[in-house]
Structure formats: structure tokens, C-alpha cells
Write a protein that binds this ligand. Structure first.
Ligand code: CDP
Length: 226
């Protein structure tokens, strides 16, 4: 059994940055599950399909091109909104399930663990995860962070529009019947409103370390005994 750190939370709460830093710290693999829904949405939009139509969305999920996970085209708010639409369709979530489960069961590169961020990792994808975080922050701060992120990618947006879009997307993600965004009962809440990246990471580490470290030590010992 590999180690799993599940990082769920609201849009632009900082979960992706924390997940990446946790993965680097422990030498674990990292998967941004949101990219799978964004890639699905991009495939639908590029095929001139309707993100809320099941047949179009499922076709999109089956044809995602993982090599485009780093493509800035998936980071726009148009794709984000379409991602939230495709993500509400159960057949889309089912089509993306095996990939996520096998990533966690066999993390690439022979890593002893994986960090996955998203909306339903600790609740649905990995309910038995070693450690779980639920990341949130005040909406105005999240909108500002997203504005800065988009600006650094050369995408100009007004902050008020971004705030409205983030709040609408959070509301839709929390209200949908299938895999809604919610804090798992055993997830630790991390509010990053008043924390910069490094203090937020230190806090994330403080929360997960007591669960991750003993399992990691045990696995390293086993490997050594070989
Ligand atoms: O980066 P940001 O937090 O804005 O969004 P994201 O993590 O890239 O996710 C985009 C959308 O995909 C979300 O609004 C969710 O509707 C959906 N999603 C999901 O349903 N389940 C996941 N595990 C990850 C994302």
C-alpha cells in the first residue's frame, strides 16, 4: 500500500501549490486532478461540443491529452467553468476514476507515495488516505491570487469578475449531487487566508507529518531489508 496525501479545497485556495510542495518534500508523485476535468472541458470546447451534455463530455473525458496538462489554455476561467460543468456528470467522473486510482496505487517513478489535489480525493477517490487536508481561504483573497496567477501567464482579467466566477464555481461544486466538494470528517482544515506560501506549507507539513512519517519510516525499513 502506497502512502496517499489527499488535498481538497475551494478554487484558488492554494491546494495545488501545497500539494506540489508536499510531493517534493517527501519525494512523492503529484497529480492535480483538476487538470483532468480541465483537459476534458478543453477537449469538449475544442470539438465545439456542449460541456453540460453527457455524450459530449464523456467523449471529452475519453480523449484527454495528458501531455497538455501544463498548457496555459486549460487555466482560463472559461475552461474552469466548463470543467465544473463536465465534473458534475457522473459518467465523466466514472471515466476518470481508474486513472486516478491506479496513480495512487502505483505512483509513477516507483515513489513510495502520491499527493493528489482536487475536490473529492479524501471523500471519494481515496477515503483511506494516509493524511487529508481541506484547504480554504477568504474568497476575495482567492480571487486576488487567481488574478496574479493569470497575470503571470499573460492573461488579463478583472478581479471582480474572477471573484464572481470563483464563488459561482464553488457553489456549484458544493451543491452537485455527485462527489460534491466537502471537508471529509477526518480531514484537517487549513485556512491559508493569512498565510504566505512558506508559512502555509509549514502548517500543511505540521498537520500531515504525524500521519505520514511513521508509515514512511516503516516502508523505508522494509525496502532496506528487501
Ligand atoms: O484551480 P482551481 O481550484 O480553480 O480548479 P481545479 O482544481 O483545476 O478544478 C476545476 C474544476 O474541476 C472544479 O471547479 C471542479 O468542478 C472540478 N474538479 C472536480 O470536480 N473534482 C476534482 N477532484 C478536481 C476538480
Amino acid at each position: 500500500m502506497s502512502i496517499v496525501i489527499a488535498v481538497d479545497g475551494t478554487a484558488a485556495s492554494g491546494k495545488g501549490t501545497l500539494a506540489k510542495k508536499l510531493a517534493a518534500h517527501y519525494g512523492f508523485a503529484h497529480l492535480d486532478s483538476g487538470a483532468l476535468y480541465r483537459l476534458t472541458a478543453l477537449a469538449v470546447l475544442e470539438a465545439k461540443g456542449d460541456p453540460s451534455a453527457e455524450a459530449d463530455a464523456v467523449r471529452g473525458a475519453r480523449t484527454i491529452d495528458l501531455s497538455r496538462a501544463g498548457d496555459p489554455a486549460i487555466r482560463t476561467d472559461v475552461v474552469g467553468q466548463a470543467a465544473s460543468q463536465v465534473a458534475a456528470i457522473p459518467a465523466v467522473r466514472a471515466a476518470l476514476l481508474d486513472f486516478q486510482k491506479s496513480f495512487l496505487a502505483h505512483p509513477p517513478g516507483g515513489s513510495l507515495g502520491a499527493v493528489m489535489d482536487g475536490r473529492d480525493i479524501g471523500t471519494v477517490i481515496a477515503p483511506d488516505a494516509t493524511a487529508k487536508l481541506y484547504v480554504d481561504a477568504r474568497p476575495d483573497l482567492r480571487a486576488h491570487r487567481r488574478w496574479l496567477e493569470l497575470k503571470s501567464m499573460g492573461i488579463a482579467r478583472d478581479e471582480a469578475g474572477l471573484l464572481a466566477e470563483l464563488m459561482a464555481r464553488d457553489a456549484a461544486d458544493k451543491a452537485r449531487p455527485v462527489s460534491p466538494l466537502k471537508q471529509a470528517p477526518d480531514a484537517a482544515l487549513l485556512d491559508t487566508s493569512d498565510l504566505g506560501i512558506e508559512p502555509a506549507f509549514a502548517e500543511a507539513l505540521r498537520l500531515v507529518e504525524p500521519k505520514v512519517r511513521p508509515q514512511l519510516e516503516g516502508m523505508l525499513k522494509d525496502r532496506h531489508r528487501g
